[in-house]
Structure formats: structure tokens, C-alpha cells
Design a protein around this ligand. Structure first.
Ligand SMILES: Cc1cc2nc3c(=O)[nH]c(=O)nc-3n(C[C@H](O)[C@H](O)[C@H](O)COP(=O)(O)OP(=O)(O)OC[C@H]3O[C@@H](n4cnc5c(N)ncnc54)[C@H](O)[C@@H]3O)c2cc1C
Length: 489
């Protein structure tokens, strides 16, 4: 029995829309398979209902669509292990899915792959208030973990706009960055241990909580950023940060990108240890959130804006430092306008202007999204270049991002997906980034959408070793096929 279903007729299947891809020789799910899954997970956790499947077959951006006929919801690592072992022996392909907030099409099937959701793997296992180490299952929602950490004056070392939906397992699988990376670094540093279930069902226990452990190869790093292609992450141990008790946010208006760069440098110098975020938005991005979402800017319109956040342990000290920095920047003419707040509700409003851009862009219709690392000297050139190249063929061409980390979010919108516009954007945009020795994926990973451009950021020998590792850990290629690597065999 073939459980193939068709949903969401407006969006073309991903296997046709972006570039043609051929289904690999996996088996199709049959009735015996469904019965086996039910015997392991219970009837309710093997979902074949069309409406529920439509949700997991479509990505957050509503640009990717698969046709899976089965959603599995295990509740513990041993269930994940049994299911994977079975799928491997039957050669059934599986897509691990966390909160499904990924933006490169990694979390949804391309054809009829089984979707394995981690949403029931949601137990917090321990939180040590002295070391700040939190151990949990991979389906815990990031915001829920942060709330738990807050009870102990701790904080998750990462924060992103999707925190209310994304899972910590998805964060680790994509090596998520976000707005705290400037201060706390990426997840290769703050994930101390993890457990992953390999394609053959074997549970690989790397759940150490030692900050220092130099015994052999540190295999957990293979899974950080592996996007579900090497194993399913079932548990993680995270080093939380001490929760600052004083937060301030400054929202600034600037005339030129040159002045934006000057402000980054002086903010790092003057605010030093209390600078926790350094974000950048252009006027097109702000026009989008004001027009499409009805948000209000706290200052007049300017070509460029910056959002600086400080966090520390003494409000008086932090505010004094920020005031001093702002005064100098105004006096030198580098900043034209700005406002500063330490009030939680106003801080939230200012962050919303930055964090809700992605949502606002979707209201234009279709969004072509690029999340790249570029040298700061070239940071905004990519936006102006694309603006010139695309002219009126797009509704909007805007740039914003984690400036402190050299991470640009380049976004272009149109009313609908247009293959001719798409052909003007790709591969051009990736080639420019490659020419500048940037990375075609600063966040989010490669997923399905970017996998064919990996050679622009990684050497052939590195790609070849990745392919060998994939073959070693998942010889049948059942885990998240058609993702990350250009071809597996
Ligand atoms: C509004 C918005 C803002 C965002 N901001 C940022 C940002 O600032 N920084 C950033 O890095 N990202 C950002 N993202 C992207 C996204 O939220 C992150 O990539 C996030 O880490 C994905 O987590 P998830 O649980 O939703 O994973 P999913 O989308 O479900 O999956 C992402 C990938 O990880 C794999 N995966 C998921 N769970 C597991 C697991 N347990 N084991 C193995 N593989 C797994 C999937 O197969 C897929 O390849 C944003 C997204 C949105 C919608």
C-alpha cells in the first residue's frame, strides 16, 4: 500500500519547484510498517491523518512541500532507536523534525519520507544551579528551557526569533546562532554532551557534562550542525549562562553604512564586556515591519538602524557606559538619532522591530531568503548589488542581520515565486559570497535549498570526507536524504 498524499495545491512539490530531483530507491511505507510503528509507539502516535500531515509536510516559509504519509511521534530515545532500526532494515527514509522553523527546507520531506517528530521528547532531565548545566531531551522548546533556567538566575546561551517553537535538538542540529552569539559563542562551545540515535538504531551516548574532556575525538561536534543526516539527537547537555539582571537596549538611526561600521567598532571598544547584541537593519526592513505588521519605529526614518543590547550585573554601571558611548557617537556625528531604554516592555517592543522582520516579509507574498557570512567591509554591498540587479522585478530587497557576527540576512520578496527572478538570484548570490570568501550559510545550514552550493564554502576534500562520514554512519542513506550534501553516493 502506497501512502502518498497530495496537499496544499497552491505550492508545488519541492522536488519540482527548485530543481528537479529523483526519488532514491527507498521502499514505500506499507500497512505492515504502520502496524509495526503502532506496536512500538501506540496507535495515537502514528499519524496518517491528512490535515495533520499537511502541517509537517510544509515548512515555516510555506515554500517547501513534501508528500509524507506517516508522522511518527516517539516519546523516548529507546522508541526512536526501535523505529530507526526498523526503518534501516526496511530501507525506509526518515526526516527528523523538531519545531519545523528551519528556513532551508531541511525539516520537511522531499518525497514520501517518514517524518519523525521529536515533540514528545520533552523532558528536562536535570539542572545544576552551581555549574549551570542543563540536561534535557531534544524536543524541549527553547523558550521553555530558558524559562526553566530563569528560575535559577540562569539563561540559555542562545536566543532567536523562533524560540517559542524551535526545539533544542533542532537548534543543535542546525548549530543555531541568533542574537546572543556575540557574547556566548556558538553551540560547538556550549553543548557539553549529547546522545544521538544512529540510522541502525544504535544509541550513541556522549552525554558528558564535563567542561573539559580531551579523551579522543570529540564526536558530539559531528552532530552539531549535521541537520539530521547523521543521527537523531535525543538528549543534550547545555552550559547555561548566568542571567544578567540588567538589560538595556539602544535603537539608533544612521546616515551611511560606513557610519554603521564605525559604530560597531566603537561599541565593541566602549561597551566591551556588557555588549550582548549588535544588530543591524536597513530602512527597507523597517518599512516592512511598520507597513506589513503595523509596528512603530521609536525614532525618525533613516537609511540605516542599529539595535545594541547591553546586559550585565549593575544597571547603574551599564546605563552610564551606554550614555557615555551614545553621547560621544552623537557628538562626532556618527549617529544621527537614537533612543535608549532599560524598561522591559520597551525593550521588548524594540526587539520586535528586529525579530519580526522575517514574519513581515512573508506578508509581501513570497520571500527569497539568504543568510550569509560576508566580510564586514562587503556586508552591505551584497544588498545594493542585488537591488541593482533585480530592480522592479522584486517587491523588496532588504538587508538586516547579526552585524556583530558578520552575518547578513539578505531578503528579496515578490508576490509569488517567480522562476525567472529565482534564476537571476541563484547561483549569482552564492557566487558573490564565495568570491569574497564568505559562507553561503551563516545560520540555518544547507538543508535542501543550498546543498548544491556547498562547494562555494567548503573544499572538495572536505566535502568528500563528509560524504565518507555519511556513508559510514548511515550506509543506506535513510536519514534526511536529499539534504546537506549534493549527492550521497
Ligand atoms: C522567525 C525566525 C527566526 C529565526 N532566527 C534564527 C536565528 O536568529 N538564528 C538561527 O540560527 N536560526 C534562526 N531561525 C531558523 C530556525 O529557527 C533554526 O534553524 C532552529 O534551530 C531550528 O530548530 P527546529 O526545532 O525548528 O528545527 P527544524 O526546523 O524542525 O529542523 C531543522 C533541521 O534540523 C534537523 N533536526 C531537527 N531536530 C533534530 C534532532 N533532534 N536530531 C537531528 N536532526 C534534527 C531537521 O531534520 C532539519 O534538517 C529562525 C527561524 C524563524 C522562523
Amino acid at each position: 500500500m502506497r501512502l502518498l498524499r497530495i496537499f496544499n495545491k497552491k505550492v508545488k512539490f519541492s522536488s519540482i519547484r527548485y530543481y528537479s530531483v529523483v526519488r532514491q530507491g527507498f521502499e514505500y511505507v506499507n500497512e505492515d510498517d504502520v502496524n509495526y510503528f503502532k506496536s512500538v509507539l501506540g496507535e495515537r502516535n502514528v499519524i496518517t491523518d491528512e490535515e495533520e500531515l499537511a502541517i509537517v509536510n510544509t515548512d515555516w516559509l510555506k515554500t517547501m512541500k513534501g508528500s509524507s504519509g506517516v508522522l511518527l511521534q516517539p516519546s523516548c530515545p529507546s522508541e526512536v532507536s526501535k523505529v530507526l532500526s526498523y526503518c534501516n532494515s526496511r530501507r525506509l527514509a526518515v526526516v527528523p523534525q523538531g519545531g519545523n522553523t528551519g528556513l532551508v527546507g531541511g525539516s520537511v520531506p522531499i518525497f514520501d519520507e517518514i517524518v519523525l517528530s521529536t515533540k514528545r521528547l520533552n523532558k528536562i532531565l536535570s539542572l545544576d544551579p552551581v555549574t549551570g548545566i542543563l540536561s534535557c531531551e531534544s524536543g524541549c522548546i527553547l523558550e521553555a528551557l530558558d524559562n526553566k533556567a530563569a528560575e535559577y538566575d540562569l539563561m540559555m546561551p542562545l536566543d532567536l526569533g523562533a524560540k517559542g517553537s524551535c526545539h533544542i535538538g533542532g537548534n543543535v542540529a542546525t548549530n543555531a546562532g541568533g542574537i546572543r552569539l556575540l557574547r556566548y559563542g556558538n553551540l560547538h562551545g556550549s553543548i557539553l554532551g549529547l546522545e544521538a540515535v544512529l540510522a541502525n538504531g544504535e544509541r550513541l551516548d556522549m552525554m558528558t557534562t564535563n567542561k573539559k574532556d580531551n579523551t579522543g575525538y570529540d564526536l558530539k561536534h559531528l552532530f552539531v550542525g549535521s541537520e539530521g543526516t547523521l543521527g537523531i539527537i535525543t538528549k543534550v547537555a547545555v552550559q547555561c549562562a548566568q542571567r544578567p539582571n540588567s538589560f538595556h537596549v539602544a535603537f539608533l538611526g544612521l546616515e551611511s553604512f560606513e557610519n554603521v561600521l564605525k559604530t560597531v567598532q566603537s561599541a565593541k571598544q566602549s561597551l566591551n564586556e556588557i555588549l550582548s547584541s549588535c544588530e543591524f537593519m536597513d530602512d527597507e526592513s523597517m518599512e516592512c515591519v511598520t507597513k506589513n505588521l503595523g509596528l512603530r519605529l521609536p525614532i525618525q526614518r533613516h537609511p540605516f538602524y542599529m539595535l545594541l543590547e547591553t546586559s550585565g550585573s549593575s544597571s547603574y554601571h551599564d546605563e552610564e557606559k551606554l550614555n557615555d558611548f551614545l553621547e560621544k557617537s552623537f557628538n562626532s556625528g556618527v549617529i544621527l538619532d537614537g533612543t535608549l531604554t532599560g524598561e522591559p516592555s520597551k525593550i521588548k517592543d524594540m526587539w520586535a522591530l528586529r525579530e519580526r522582520i522575517a514574519e513581515g516579509l512573508l506578508r509581501d507574498g513570497y520571500c527569497y531568503k539568504y543568510d550569509v557570512s560576508v566580510p564586514l567591509s562587503k556586508f552591505y554591498d551584497l544588498v545594493t548589488d542585488m537591488r541593482e540587479r533585480l530592480g522592479s522585478s522584486v517587491v523588496r530587497c532588504c538587508g538586516y542581520g547579526h552585524l556583530g557576527d558578520g552575518n547578513l540576512h539578505l531578503n528579496l520578496t515578490g508576490e509569488i515565486f517567480d522562476p525567472d527572478v529565482f534564476a537571476l538570484i541563484e547561483p549569482y548570490v552564492y557566487e558573490r559570497v564565495g568570491d569574497w570568501k564568505g559562507s553561503i550559510s551563516a545560520e540555518h545550514g544547507l538543508g535542501y535549498k543550498k546543498r548544491n552550493y556547498i562547494h562555494l564554502s567548503k573544499s572538495q576534500s572536505a566535502i568528500s570526507l563528509m560524504q565518507q562520514l555519511k556513508s559510514l554512519l548511515d550506509p543506506n542513506g535513510i536519514l534526511n536524504p536529499y539534504k546537506v550534501l549534493p549527492s550521497f553516493k
